[in-house]
Design a protein around this ligand. Structure first.
Ligand code: ADP
Length: 590
C-alpha cells in the first residue's frame, strides 16, 4: 500500500526524539565542527607553504624566514592530525550513542503505544507486520541519525566555514561556491524525485513480469494442448519490452543526474578559476590563495556527493517513518475518563443496565438488562453468535456500550481505569496460550508480586504439582512454543492456577469446546468448582455438568435473553434451551 509521505510531520516526530538527547547531538555537531575547522587550517597551512615558497624563489624573503614559516605549517599539520583523531573518536562515540538511544526510545514508545491500543485493533491487525515494523522503526532511526551525522552536518558546517573563509580573501569565489552548492543540491533533489518514481515503476513492471511468468507456467498444459506457444512468446516479448523500457528510463535519469552534476561542477570550476586568477593577475590575491580557493572547492565537491547519496537514503527513511509513525495516529477507541479511579471489587455484583451496543454500526444488544448477585454462578448459554462473548467483552470494557451502563458493585465501569478494572477480573479462557517462559513465570503472570510459596500453592490447587514432578527442571522448565509442550488439559490447569493466584472476586470461565478425555475433563470440572467457590462466576457454558450446577442459566439468542432459570425448570419448558439440550452431542453445546 503506497502512502503519501508527510515529510513535515515525520521530521517533527524525529525532532521530538532527538530533542531528548540534545547534548549528545550537540557533541556530535561540535566534533564535526572542529574536524571541519582542522581541515580549513590544513588548507591554510598549504597556502602558507605555496606563498612563502614563491617568495623565496623570487628571493623576497630570507631562508630563515622561509624555514620558520615551514615550521609553522608543520606544527599546524601536526595539530590537525591531533584534532582529527580526537574529533573522529568523539564523533563516533556521540553518533553511536545517539543512534542507540533514539532506536531504544522509538522501539519503547512504539511498543508501549501499540500494546495500549484496543483489543479490536489487535484482533484486526497482523502481529507479524507489527513485529517487523518495530524492528524497521529502530533501523530507520539509526539511518536518519547516520544521515544527519555523516551527510547533513558535515555539508552544512563545511559550507558555512568555507564560504566565510573565502569571503575573507575574495568575495566572488565565495559567491560561486555558494551558488554551485545550491544549484547542485537543487538539481539532485529534483532528479531524485523522478528517479524514485521511475524506480518504483520499474520494480512494479518486474513484479508484473514475474507474476505473468508464473501464470504462464501454471497454465502450461493449456498452452501445449492448444498449441499456443507462439502467442505466449509474443505476449511475453511485449511484457519484457515494457520492463526493459522502464529500466532504461530509470538508468537514463542516472545519466541525466550524473551529467548534470559534472556540468554544474565544471562550470563552477571554470568560473572559480577565472575569477581567482583574474584577482591574482591584478595583484589582489597571492598564488597561495588561488590554491587555497581551489582546494576548498575540492573538499566541498567531495562532501556534496556524499550529501546527494544521503538524499537517496532520506527518501527511504521518510517512507519507513511514514509507515511506522502512522501507528501513532491510531488511538485507543476505549478511553479512560479524566479522573478515572482504580477499582477494588469487594462484593462481585454485576449489572448490565439498559445496555445498547452495536459493533461498528451492527446492532447486537438493545436495552439489555441483567443482574448477577455477588457469589452467584451464572451460565450463559446460546447458539454461536448469540452474544455470550460480547457480554464478557463489555464487562471487561474491551468495547464501550453505546447506551446504558455495566455496573460492578453498583458503580459504572466507566468510572474506573481500564487497566485496574481488568486487573480486578479473573479469567479462565477457552484455550490458554503460554509464554515462552518457565512454568513458574507463566503461572505468576497473573500476579507478578506473588511469593514462591503462593505460586507453589496455586500449582498444587490446580494439580499441576504432579505435572511439575515429571518436568526436567521442575517448575523452572521452559514451556510454550519453544519449550516443553503441555497438553490441552495441562494448559487449562495453568489457567486455573493463574486464576486462583490472582484471587479475584469475579471469575469468567470460557469453557473449552474441544474435547478433553473424560477423566481429565471430570478432574478439571472438580477443580473449577473449587475455584468458583466464594466468587461470582460467569460461565460461557458448553459443558452439561457446569450448566446443571449453575445458580442461574441465561439463554441468549441474537443478543436477547430468551429464557432464564435453573436447569430443571428450563428443561421442562418449551423453548430454545430444550432444543439446545436435545441437540447436544457428547455433552457439548456447540
Ligand atoms: P457468541 O459468543 O455467543 O458466539 P459473540 O458475542 O461472539 O457471540 O457475537 C455476537 C455477534 O456479534 C455475532 O453476530 C458476531 O458476528 C458479532 N461480532 C462479534 N465480534 C465482532 C467484532 N469484533 N466485530 C463485528 N462483529 C462482531
Amino acid at each position: 500500500m503506497s502512502q503519501k509521505i508527510e515529510f513535515g510531520r515525520n521530521l517533527k516526530i524525529y525532532w521530538g526524539y532527538l530533542r531528548k538527547h540534545k547534548w549528545v547531538a550537540f557533541g556530535m555537531f561540535l566534533a564535526v565542527f572542529f574536524t571541519e575547522i582542522a581541515a580549513l587550517f590544513e588548507k591554510l597551512a598549504f597556502k602558507l607553504i605555496v606563498d612563502r615558497g614563491n617568495e623565496w624563489v623570487a628571493e623576497t624573503i630570507t631562508k630563515s624566514a622561509l624555514m620558520s614559516s615551514l615550521l609553522i605549517a608543520l606544527a599546524v599539520f601536526a595539530a590537525v592530525v591531533v584534532v582529527r583523531v580526537i574529533g573522529k573518536w568523539f564523533f563516533v562515540s556521540c553518533i553511536n550513542r545517539l543512534a542507540i538511544r533514539l532506536t531504544f526510545d522509538l522501539k519503547e514508545s512504539l511498543f508501549n503505544h501499540v500494546i495500549g491500543l484496543s483489543h479490536h485493533f489487535h484482533t484486526s491487525h497482523r502481529t507479524g507486520t507489527l513485529i517487523s515494523k518495530i524492528t524497521r522503526g529502530g533501523r530507520a532511526m539509526e539511518k536518519m541519525t547516520d544521515l544527519l551525522g555523516f551527510n547533513v552536518a558535515p555539508m552544512i558546517i563545511q559550507i558555512a566555514v568555507s564560504v566565510s573563509s573565502l569571503m575573507y580573501f575574495s568575495l566572488e569565489p565565495a559567491i560561486i561556491v555558494l551558488l554551485v552548492f545550491v544549484i547542485f543540491v537543487a538539481h539532485s533533489l529534483v532528479l531524485q524525485r523522478y528517479q524514485q518514481r521511475a524506480n518504483i515503476a520499474a520494480i512494479a513492471s518486474e513484479d508484473y513480469e514475474k507474476g505473468q511468468i508464473s501464470d504462464l507456467f501454471t497454465n502450461i498444459d493449456s498452452i501445449k494442448y492448444f498449441g499456443k506457444e507462439q502467442n505466449v512468446m509474443r505476449r511475453f516479448k511485449k511484457i519484457i519490452h515494457v520492463t526493459c523500457r522502464k529500466m532504461l528510463l530509470f538508468w537514463d535519469y542516472h545519466r541525466i543526474s550524473d551529467a548534470g552534476h559534472f556540468f554544474i561542477l565544471g562550470v563552477g570550476t571554470i568560473a572559480l578559476l577565472y575569477f581567482s586568477l583574474r584577482s591574482f593577475v591584478n595583484g589582489e590575491i597571492t598564488i597561495g590563495t588561488v590554491v587555497f580557493i581551489y582546494t576548498i572547492f575540492g573538499g566541498i565537491v567531495h562532501d556534496m556527493f556524499g550529501f546527494v547519496h544521503g538524499i537517496r537514503n532520506f527518501y527511504d527513511v521518510m517512507a519507513d517513518f511514514q509507515s511506522i509513525f502512522s501507528y501513532f495516529k491510531v488511538e485507543n477507541e476505549v478511553k479512560d475518563i479524566s479522573g478515572a479511579k482504580n477499582i477494588r471489587i469487594r462484593e462481585g455484583g454485576v449489572e448490565f443496565r439498559d445496555v445498547t451496543f452495536a459493533y461498528h454500526g451492527k446492532p447486537l444488544l438493545k436495552n439489555f438488562n441483567f443482574t448477577i448477585k455477588p457469589g452467584e454462578k451464572v451460565a450463559l448459554v446460546g447458539p454461536s453468535g448469540s452474544g455470550k462473548s460480547t457480554l464478557i467483552k463489555l464487562l471487561y470494557r474491551l468495547y464501550d456500550v453505546n447506551h446504558g451502563a455495566v455496573l460492578i458493585d453498583g458503580k459504572s465501569t466507566l468510572e474506573f481505569k481500564q487497566q485496574s478494572l481488568r486487573e480486578e477480573l479473573s479469567v479462565v479462557p477457552q484455550e490458554c496460550v503460554l509464554f515462552d517462559d518457565t512454568l513458574y513465570n507463566n503461572v505468576r503472570f497473573s500476579s507478578p508480586r506473588s511469593s514462591p510459596a503462593n505460586v507453589a500453592r496455586a500449582l498444587k490447587f490446580s494439580q499441576l504439582d504432579k505435572v511439575v514432578a515429571t518436568l526436567p527442571q521442575k517448575e523452572r522448565t521452559i514451556v510454550g512454543e519453544r519449550g516443553v509442550r503441555l497438553s490441552g488439559g495441562e494448559k487449562q490447569r495453568v489457567s486455573i492456577a493463574r486464576a486462583i493466584l490472582a484471587d479475584k472476586k469475579i471469575l469468567v470461565l470460557d469453557e473449552a469446546t474441544s474435547a478433553l478425555d473424560s477423566q481429565t475433563e471430570s478432574d478439571i470440572q472438580k477443580d473449577l468448582q473449587r475455584l468458583m467457590k466464594g466468587r461470582t462466576a460467569i460461565i460461557i457454558a458448553h459443558r452439561l455438568s457446569t450448566i446443571m450446577q449453575a445458580d442461574k442459566i441465561v439463554v441468549l439468542d441474537k443478543g436477547k435473553i430468551v429464557q432464564m432459570g435453573r436447569h430443571n425448570q428450563l428443561i421442562k419448558q418449551k423453548g430454545l434451551y430444550k432444543k439446545l439440550w436435545n441437540l447436544q452431542k457428547g455433552g457439548y453445546i456447540k
